[in-house]
Design a binder for this molecule. Sequence first.
Ligand SMILES: [Zn+2]
Length: 212
Amino acid sequence: MVPFVDIHTHRREVLPGVVSVYSLRMGVESCRGLTGPFWAGVHPWDCSSVDRETLDRLAEIGAAGIGEIGLDRVRGRLDGQYPWFEAQLSVAVRRGLPVALHVVRASEEAIAAVRASNIDADRVMVHGFAGGAGLLRRYLDQGYLVSAGWRALASDKSREALAAVPSDRLLLETDGVGDIMEVYEAVARVRGCATEELKANVYDTYTRFLRL
Ligand SMILES: [Zn+2]
């Protein structure tokens, strides 16, 4: 049976029938006891409190991808977040790893930094997508994947955008809140497809994206 995939969670739990990809906040928590694939990255919220060695550890830690990394205009200062974002994008490029982006009100700045890093666009996922058709189009035009969860389901405008994401570019997540199966059911309703079909598509996209 094809499992559900929660591509971005902050809960360390093993659920039957679910692949959960933990998102480790480097410099804030330890990777000890983690099983299965996980993201690791210096979160934009943590940039001012982590030290330089964290970057060396990030390259060595054995993560399936680098994330969540990015820019957040609402929490913290972009000028402090930039150097970490850029440095971690280069780790991903050097290691041939995908990235999970956390971007809040800084999409153009993030797109520019991603482009400058020369990472392949199909190795880039925007986590926690929320926004309208215009923002979605900007990300899709770059070649990125989009991960959606409760935030994308919370407004009409976002739900409309969610319905328009091509099946092979969509991943789903809880971000550590609620039940991933309920996310699938709600997203299937929005997209007018069967949950089983969505499951098959997301699993396919997941294995391709992480090159499993
Ligand atoms: Zn998160």
